[in-house]
Design a protein around this ligand. Structure first.
Ligand SMILES: Nc1ncnc2c1ncn2[C@@H]1O[C@H](COP(=O)(O)OP(=O)(O)OP(=O)(O)O)[C@@H](O)[C@H]1O
Ligand SMILES: [Mg+2]
Length: 467
């Protein structure tokens, strides 16, 4: 067993890892390079091993080489983004973590792990450049009065007469006139984006930029540069670039899925909210900005705070105006008008003549749980109207997710044998458990408190299949 951990074996394994690994001794000489590091740096390892790191990377210095810093201080440097030019002239961006190798308190050397993020970095820079083109071109006066806000929706687009939604709308209209931060909470498809854009469109900032950034879409170390901008040089090899805060100046910055923002960045966001000042990554000077922040989350904000995914102080700061969008199943009375709205929309778009839905369909919709909320309703209507040329949408046109309810509706007046009803119930309970656990049979069996084999047998018996 111990033989597996022989040094040679471990070293060979390191060659199969898709991250660069480099080791130097305490005099700064390179003693190990794995295959990926060789590919990343475009240097033959035979040429590099045994030589001083600054000899191989002339663009680095004692101050800027993270490995040499780690040797000097004995402290790890984690998740630093670095851009450098390889020997062959290619620009590479990596995220590096450098860790000291110590024995009895003495630093023997240091190890660096590098992840290649060149492609992601290029894409994110492209986003910023495009945003810059869109918002910073003030030289041409003819564009002055043009709406640069980039938000399409207004409050009129928010359909709904349920008390909850009317209340939120009236609060949001008032909020639009202020500059306080807003926190919008609602499950997927409940209309967060729609609401946020409507607030911007109704605000005095309506002709200024509306910029939306999903905090879950980018690796955390890139998000900081995207939001705050970067200055040239330093450790990181970054360029001079404004961030979204600067680009959104005078307008609104929508931070979607704020719960995915790393904690350190949340602390920086809090500082901007408090004093309206930002500092580009790597800069010493600060810039003041006037940006209205709207953040959104699809997890309950208090739960996020409890689970330490959202800083408490930030939560109190952005929760000044809190707008919680109801689930569709909590506003079922709005289903008929939402249906009319989407039918009309797709009649125009697809040139169709749907008039109505049958009463069975309406019953089914009212009884369904709508996990995807309004987006799901919209897609169901769109799906049916692309396929069928009909005047009335009837039960047979509905997609599969409604089968359980339809089956229930058909049978509600009949009295059935107990045995059959029990089987139906059992099938439904098992199906729900499988769907909840994303068809993980082990988890589903734990959930249902039955042995795994029993569950497998029943899945077969009821011919349950993942769709
Ligand atoms: N009240 C409403 N009236 C009309 N259309 C709506 C309403 N609410 C949502 N929609 C429509 O439903 C779709 C989803 O809305 P939106 O993108 O705003 O949801 P979201 O809450 O941001 O979802 P996610 O969390 O998945 O990003 C959009 O096409 C939107 O136009
Ligand atoms: Mg959204």
């Amino acid at each position: 067993m111990k033989d597996i951990f022989l040094k040679e074996n471990i070293i060979e394994i390191l060659d199969y890892i898709n991250e660069g690994i480099q080791i130097i001794d305490n005099r700064g000489r390179i003693i190990y390079y794995n295959k990926f590091a060789q590919r990343l740096d475009e240097i033959d390892r035979e040429k590099a091993i045994g030589r001083h790191i600054l000899e191989i990377y002339p663009s680095l210095s004692y101050d800027t080489s993270t490995l040499l810093n780690v040797i000097r201080t004995g402290e790890p440097i984690l998740n630093i983004e670095q851009t450098f030019i390889t020997y062959k002239g290619n620009k590479i961006t990596t995220v590096n973590s450098s860790i000291p190798i110590k024995s009895k308190g003495k630093v023997l050397g240091a190890l660096e792990i590098s992840k290649d993020i060149t492609d992601v970095k290029e894409l994110s820079e492209r986003i910023i450049d495009l945003q810059k083109e869109l918002y910073q071109d003030d030289s041409n006066n003819s564009r002055k009065n043009k709406d640069k806000s980039n938000s399409n929706y207004t409050f009129v687009d928010i359909i709904g007469q349920h008390e909850n939604i009317l209340q939120i709308k009236s609060l949001a209209v008032k909020a639009a006139q202020t500059t306080s931060p807003i926190l919008v909470y609602g499950e997927t498809g409940t209309g967060k984006e729609l609401l946020v854009q409507s607030i911007h469109s109704a605000s005095p900032r309506k002709n200024k930029p509306f910029i939306s950034q999903n905090c879950a879409a980018l690796p955390s170390n890139l998000l900081e540069g995207i939001l705050f901008g970067t200055v040239k040089g330093g450790f990181t090899g970054a360029e001079n670039r404004p961030g979204l805060f600067e680009l959104a100046n005078g307008g609104t910055l929508f931070l979607d899925e704020i719960n995915s923002m790393p904690m350190e960045l949340q602390a920086k966001l809090l500082r901007v909210l408090q004093d309206g000042i930002i500092r580009r990554v790597g800069a010493t000077s600060t810039i003041s900005v006037d940006v209205r922040i709207i953040a959104a989350t699809n997890v309950e904000p208090r739960k996020l705070v409890e689970e330490k995914r959202l800083r408490k102080d930030l939560y109190y700061r952005i929760n000044v105006i809190a707008l919680g969008l109801p689930k569709l199943k909590e506003r079922r009375s709005d289903i008929p008008i939402l249906l009319d709205h989407f039918i009309e929309k797709y009649n125009k778009k697809f040139n169709k003549t749907v008039r109505d839905v049958s009463s069975n369909v309406m019953d089914t919709f009212i009884n369904y749980s709508w996990p995807g909320n309004i987006r799901e309703l919209q897609h169901v209507v769109e799906g049916i109207m692309t396929i069928y040329d009909i005047e009335v949408i009837d039960i047979q046109h509905l997609p599969q997710q409604f089968n359980d309810i339809i089956y229930g509706l058909d049978n509600r007046d009949k009295v059935k044998p107990l045995n059959e009803t029990i089987k139906e119930m059992e099938r439904k309970i098992i199906k729900d458990a499988l769907e909840k656990t994303n068809w993980n049979i082990t988890h589903a069996s734990e959930f249902l408190e039955v042995p795994r084999q029993t569950l497998q047998y029943k899945i077969k018996k009821y011919s349950l299949n993942k769709i």
